[in-house]
Design a protein around this ligand. Structure first.
Ligand SMILES: *Cc1c(COP(=O)(O)O)cnc(C)c1O
Length: 414
């Protein structure tokens, strides 16, 4: 036996070789470590992650606890449940979050929005042409590459991504809403509002335009509403299904992760309207149901008990308090950036602030803030080419840390 590692005869799935390196967060972590090693006394504060930080609220934690305790009793025990989720939870989602705009049978409960996006990509299969907002949450593109979406297998052009994917630039100059007339042929359009990373929230008129565009093209909108509960302006739609005509052209993924801190608990859902059909007339919900019953075995019954508690009156009040806490952080960050004269967006209907650092690359701005303030942010260029020169500030953090980070920014960045 030589020094060479044993290899199997199994060829690597070429799509993985085509995937551009998962560069962003590992690189952020590497630079943070390097800074900490060079400055062992520094207390680094992160405004970089899109992960919740505050403990679960009382009622919701109690819902989880009760769910777990029931499993320890003869009467309360349950094994596999319906793959689509507890009927009671599907009904509560339809009633309390969608005000009966959708039917409980259209709600498919899951282990989270990201997982659903991956399974949707498996359902639509290879060959679909996709369009994404630029910048965007990475799973839309990377998951499409893994699933073999059209063009996505061609080699990428640097950070700019894949030749066959339509990137729709979203910037201050277009109010973070893409020029849809410039979209080439596309079957699926990923649209995230409130947006991660830009913090932009689409208006009713913009969503009407999106729905009209999808209807005109016969395309499907995959609407990511993971931050819907962060919308404070009552004029802004919380769901694509508030838009007339959306039921024939859109499905919506959503999650308990960000509004109630279930990032680790894992609970989400996808709404697939009965009217959404493939070109041969097959309801999309039929195949989605098949995906969920074949590749998924139902969300955790404990997590669903927590979700049910969150949709009772007290739970919803706690949800609002949790959102208000993080949005208080967003106001602290936005206030600091305003006083520094930094041009920033978002932070009012989304827990992200998108700040522009003209004349610098995102990584240069990132380094400057890390070095001067021991504060970690996220380079906007990691979310797509249009993110260059921006940094994403996340409102997820403990208030004291956020306040301290902003004090440091104000005293060091002049
Ligand atoms: C965090 C996030 C998700 C992930 O949701 P999970 O339910 O935790 O998988 C989905 N979409 C966006 C835009 C997110 O930021």
């Amino acid at each position: 036996m030589g020094d060479e590692a044993f290899t199997t005869r199994v060829a690597r799935n070429a799509r993985f070789a085509n995937l551009s390196a998962g560069y962003l967060f590992p690189e952020v972590a590497r630079r943070r470590r390097a800074f900490q090693e060079a400055n062992p006394g520094a207390r680094v504060i992160s405004l970089g992650v899109g992960n919740t930080t505050e403990p679960l609220s009382r009622r919701i934690a109690e819902g989880l606890r009760r769910g777990a305790e029931r499993l320890g009793t003869l009467q309360g025990y349950s094994g596999y449940g319906d793959e689509q989720g507890l009927g009671e939870l599907r009904a509560a989602i339809a009633k309390r979050l969608y005000r009966c705009r959708i039917e409980p049978s259209e709600v498919f409960v899951s282990d989270g929005a990201k997982c659903d996006i991956g399974r949707l990509q498996a359902m639509f299969g290879p060959g679909v042409r996709i369009a994404v907002q630029d910048p965007a949450y990475p799973v839309y593109v990377d998951g499409s590459v893994i699933a073999g979406a059209a063009g996505a297998a061609k080699s990428g052009s640097g950070a700019g991504g894949y030749a066959g994917i339509a990137y729709l630039p979203c910037s201050p100059s277009n109010g973070f809403f893409p020029d849809l007339s410039a979209v080439p042929e596309a079957d699926l359009i990923y649209f995230c509002s409130p947006n991660n990373p830009t913090g932009a929230c689409a208006t009713r008129r913009q969503l009407e335009e999106l729905v009209a565009f999808a209807r005109g093209r016969g395309a499907i909108v995959i609407y990511d509403a993971a931050y819907a509960e962060y919308i404070s302006d009552p004029a802004l739609p919380k769901s694509i299904f508030e838009i007339e005509g959306a039921r024939e052209v859109a499905l919506e993924v959503n999650s308990f992760s960000k509004p109630i801190g279930f990032t680790g608990v894992r609970l989400g859902w996808t709404v697939v309207p009965a009217e959404l059909r493939f070109s041969d007339g097959t309801p999309v919900s039929k195949d989605w149901n098949r995906v969920m019953t074949t590749l998924f075995n139902g969300a955790s019954n404990i997590a669903q008990a927590g979700g049910l508690a969150a949709l009772e009156d007290e739970g919803l009040a706690e949800l609002r308090a949790s959102v208000a806490y993080y949005m208080g952080n967003a106001a602290v960050i936005k206030g600091g950036l305003d006083r520094l004269g930094v041009e920033s967006y978002g932070g009012t209907n989304a827990p992200y602030i998108w700040a522009k650092f003209p004349g610098r690359s995102s990584w240069e701005a990132f380094e400057e803030i890390l070095t001067a303030c021991a504060v970690v942010t996220t380079p906007g260029s990691g979310f797509g080419p249009a993110g260059e020169s921006f940094l994403r500030f996340s409102a997820f953090g403990h208030r004291e840390d956020v306040e301290e980070a902003v004090r440091r920014l104000e005293s060091s960045l002049v």
